[in-house]
Design a protein around this ligand. Structure first.
Ligand SMILES: Cc1cc2nc3c(=O)[nH]c(=O)nc-3n(C[C@H](O)[C@H](O)[C@H](O)COP(=O)(O)O)c2cc1C
Length: 191
């Protein structure tokens, strides 16, 4: 099973035929797409990445779910951030060591990654792996895009190779498949 999950990422798979590299060239990489999503936008983006790369999806969930009410959730998230909390996670990636490439996805919360991402990134050794961040945002509390999350990721994965990520406004994720494909094509030559 594990063997069958070992992926042959061909550039044809993500539509790259003439990009940087001979189309015949194959790269064997095992890809994980780990994401946290409260209201579904980042999950949708993760699925788009999965469809293009064939990687394994893993949802980062907390032992204690966040409130379903938006304002209550913001209150909890702010308190966790102020406390620099590490909320315990509900499930583990059992074979992280076998992955070469790890996509890390999250909504922007209070200007950076939700605290469960800090738990996740401190829990696993991503040294030597290629790490690629993706995020969705609402641009409600601070300027759109990454906020501090790119810097926070670099601090948490100092010895990983970090490739260019993609941040998409949450309300447009369903219509952004072309942007996801173009981004994967752009970074595909570095995988
Ligand atoms: C607790 C909380 C905090 C948020 N903080 C921000 C923020 O600082 N900046 C921002 O642009 N959007 C913020 N948002 C909006 C989300 O980033 C945006 O709606 C995102 O697409 C949600 O992704 P999800 O559906 O995967 O949870 C926040 C949303 C929540 C629930």
């Amino acid at each position: 099973m594990l063997h069958s999950m070992k992926l042959f990422i061909t550039f044809a798979l993500i539509g790259i035929t003439t990009f940087h590299i001979n189309a015949q060239e194959k790269i064997e990489k095992k890809i994980l797409i780990a994401y946290f999503s409260w209201s579904g936008n980042t999950r949708e983006m993760a699925k788009q990445i999965q469809q293009q790369t064939g990687g394994d999806l893993f949802e980062i969930k907390t032992m204690k779910p966040y409130p379903s009410d938006y304002n209550e959730c913001v209150d909890v998230a702010k308190k966790e951030q102020q406390a620099n909390a590490r909320p315990p996670l509900a499930a583990e990636v059992k074979d992280m060591a076998t992955y070469d490439v790890v996509f890390i996805g999250h909504p922007k919360w209070c200007g950076t990654m939700p605290q469960p991402l800090f738990t996740f990134l401190e829990k696993y050794d991503l040294n030597g792996k290629t790490v690629i961040q993706f995020c969705t945002y609402g641009a409600m509390y601070s300027a759109g895009g990454w906020g501090d999350s790119e810097e926070d990721l670099k601090k948490l994965c100092p010895n990983a190779t970090i490739l260019e990520g993609l941040a998409i406004k949450g309300s447009t994720v369903k219509d952004s498949k072309d942007d996801v494909v173009k981004w994967l094509q752009k970074i595909g030559s570095f995988l």
